[in-house]
Design a protein around this ligand. Structure first.
Ligand SMILES: Nc1ncnc2c1ncn2[C@@H]1O[C@H](COP(=O)(O)OP(=O)(O)OP(=O)(O)O)[C@@H](O)[C@H]1O
Length: 212
């Protein structure tokens, strides 16, 4: 990556759903390149944390600094620095795979997009005109990943990216994540320990991120 280092600094993050506190005071400082895997049992709050890091959810308290810039102060400047691929596929069912890729391309305007290459490697060429309502889970996930991993964002956040993928697609995903992580920061969660090892990911227990 040229210019700024891919840094993610989190200060005193607190979040609750109604009266249930998920984090009290989460803090950390991560610098790329590399892959960080947030670990913890079901329901511990990984998806909640990743949705905040990806800019999709606002914490009750605390701040997230992306390349030194505050999510609270200059959110609009920061969102283009992040590529977030959620676990679910929040796409209108009538949208086709091609339309989704075009939408993300238009919104992100990456200098170089690797999405077309990922479409080919994921074997999606014959599914480009399929609507999301007619896609299998794995096909929909592959379109989400092709769009999200095709940008040149310095920080990529992925929630359970291997979910629903067959062995061939997992191989493509692993190659792509390793290529991205050579120069940028990838933050993900993944319950598959074998996959974490194959990616050389640094595992961080969510519970260990609570600060005094
Ligand atoms: N929108 C919501 N409203 C209320 N509670 C929620 C909401 N989203 C998540 N929760 C609760 O917050 C807690 C953390 O959920 P989260 O999905 O972040 O955990 P997780 O670690 O990603 O779990 P898993 O490993 O099962 O994916 C859970 O108890 C969950 O039931």
């Amino acid at each position: 990556m040229s210019g700024n280092q891919a840094t993610l600094d989190v200060n005193r993050l607190r979040h609750s759903y109604e009266d249930r506190v998920i984090f009290h005071r989460v803090g950390f400082s991560w610098t790329g390149p590399g892959i960080i895997c947030v670990c913890g049992p079901n329901g511990s709050g990984k998806t909640t944390l990743l949705s905040m890091l990806g800019g999709a959810c606002v914490p009750d308290e605390g701040d997230i600094l992306v390349l030194g810039r505050s999510m609270r102060m200059v959110r609009g400047q920061i969102l283009p620095l992040l590529s977030y691929v959620p676990d679910a596929c929040p796409v209108y069912p009538f949208v086709t795979g091609r339309e989704w890729l075009d939408f993300v391309q238009a919104a992100r305007r990456p200098a170089i997009s690797t999405a077309p290459d990922l479409v080919r490697r994921f074997g999606l060429v014959d599914s480009l005109e399929l609507r999301f309502s007619a896609m299998s889970l794995g096909t929909a996930r592959k379109f989400m990943l092709a769009a999200g991993l095709g940008t040149q964002a310095p920080i990529t956040v992925l929630d359970e990216p291997t979910n629903g993928l067959d062995a061939a697609a997992r191989d493509v995903l692993r190659e792509q994540l390793l290529a991205i992580a050579a120069s940028r920061l990838v933050v993900m969660c993944c319950h598959d320990v074998g996959e974490q090892r194959a990616l050389g990911a640094r595992c961080v227990e969510l519970a260990s991120l609570e600060t005094a």
